[in-house]
Design a binder for this molecule. Structure first.
Ligand SMILES: Nc1nc2c(c(=O)[nH]1)N[C@H]1C(S)=C(S)[C@@H](COP(=O)(O)O)O[C@H]1N2
Ligand SMILES: [Mo]
Length: 202
């Protein structure tokens, strides 16, 4: 018999080591100071996403084209390296996988570098982006993703600390060699694996 049938509270996932749960995501510039720069206010009418680099078919998407891509819903927990986690975020958007299939990464594409409208950057090894729960999200918990949470479009990569989950993405570059991102250059772990408590560069 499922927990729900017995009327018990839904079982919650264990948090990674060193994390404590808070109720809601921190809104940049409202609940949390914007560390890198001010919050970009991007209009979907002029918004563009460039996907290029080591790919066969570079792509420039506008908002309407993004909305036409297959949409998924993915519920995951979100973990910031400072020690707070938010359980059960219900993201809606496009799987990174789906975009990758569209642009056709070359064999040389080993890394992906994300550029954001606030000047922030981060990067991942390509295989880390191909899991089903890695989403370019434009909705959260049934609402359009607000600017203070990375809207109109952000990355969500639950198994890595949140500094990998780039907000306000404007360009995605597939690369043959690794380029370190903003926090990765400033002493934070490049692998950023939440389950092994991998927070700082060693
Ligand atoms: N563009 C951009 N993305 C970013 C950041 C940033 O400063 N700029 N901060 C990162 C960090 S450290 C965290 S904890 C999350 C915050 O996401 P939230 O607004 O959903 O809480 O965004 C990540 N992505
Ligand atoms: Mo963070």
């Amino acid at each position: 018999m499922s927990d729900q049938v017995r009327g018990k509270k839904k079982e919650t996932r264990t948090l990674p080591p060193g994390q404590r749960a808070i109720r809601k995501l921190l809104r940049w510039g409202i609940d949390h100071p914007a560390i890198v720069n001010t919050i970009p206010r991007l209009e979907v009418t002029t918004w563009r996403l460039v996907i290029d680099g080591e790919v066969e078919k570079p792509l420039r998407l506008d908002w309407q084209a993004l909305l036409k891509l297959p949409k998924v819903e993915s519920v995951s927990d979100f973990h910031c390296v400072e020690g707070w986690s938010v359980r059960d975020c219900r993201w809606e958007g496009v799987r990174f996988q789906t975009l990758a299939q569209k642009v056709q990464p070359r064999d040389s594409a080993a890394y992906v570098f994300f550029e954001c409208a606030d000047g922030y950057t981060t990067s991942l090894a390509l295989p880390d982006l191909l899991d089903d729960d890695v989403v370019l999200a434009y909705r959260l918990n049934g609402q359009a993703l607000e600017a203070s949470l990375g809207g109109p479009l952000r990355l969500v990569l639950p198994k890595k600390y949140a500094y990998k989950s780039a907000m306000w993405i404007t360009r995605i570059r597939f690369l043959a060699t690794k380029l370190l991102g903003y926090w990765e250059k400033r002493g934070y772990s490049d692998s950023a694996d939440v389950w092994t408590n991998d927070r700082f560069r060693t």
